[in-house]
Design a protein around this ligand. Sequence first.
Ligand code: XMP
Length: 318
Amino acid sequence: DWTPDSFVEETVAFLKEKVGDDKVVLGLSGGVDSTVAAVLLNKAIGKNLYCIFVNNGLLRKNEFQSVLNQYEGMGLNVKGVDASQRFLDALAGIEDPELKRKAIGNAFIEVFDDEAHKLTDVKWLAQGTIYPDVIESVSASGGPSATIKSHHNVGGLPDFMKLKIVEPLRAIFKDEVRRVGATLGIDPELLGRHPFPGPGLGIRILGDITAEKVRILQEVDAIFINGLKEWGLYDKVWQAGAMLLPVNSVGVMGDERTYEKCVALRAVESTDGMTADWVNLPYEFLQKTSNDIINKVKGVNRVVYDISSKPPATIEWE
Ligand code: XMP
């Protein structure tokens, strides 16, 4: 019978055997899969595992620093690379969702390749690929592995892609990954995190991306997500987030007429992201959240709640 303990034991033995004394590089995303893969490898090969955690500038508010601290606290050999400006530059003026994904994916590959080059004698690239990714090849869980995979067929592979691949989670499902993570002693809060797309807030800012729009959306998202946690709703929702719409609307603030941005909140229930239903969040919660956002986030004067299910709507707006 499959148990998380036997999986850990067998996988650690397998990794020791397979990788030996070689060095391995792995991209951490802050998500469950890459974290569990890293902790397993760390258990097997320790400091020969070199983790890279890239800030693409499109993460949630304060997430880069807090997750990096968390990784360090877990004893991982991790390097945080703040490449926010590089991603913003690569995205400047791009409005099309697929072109944004490409720009973000390519910037990630460049940054990761630069970092991998600084390491000598690396033989392996580890990825947090899980079984559904293997079948689908497009990851719903986001993160570096998804980004890399979708760019496999772009000509002229970066050097790190010529490395041998090791994917310790490729035979198991998400719920099993969480159980393995729990057995490994990973913080339940990290294991219970909602999925977050690899391109991050980049595909939740409709239209072109600027530093100011990222700041606005990070504030809005933080109020929404922290509110869900405070109200005990976070774990009842499969995924939640906010979209910054390319729409200004008229409002009033005191005696002044305002003409500012509109944000959409989205919360869905799902099992695998392939289909999803919008969540009937309590009106009191929506009311409080909307007030908080409009009062606290400069530049936003209107909040709407997305009541579309997938299909026909997708979870993300881009
Ligand atoms: P959609 O919007 O297609 O999203 O209903 C389904 C799930 O996939 C995530 N998603 C992505 N994840 N890169 C990723 O790594 C992407 O480009 C991407 N697009 C959507 C989305 O957050 C949801 O969980």
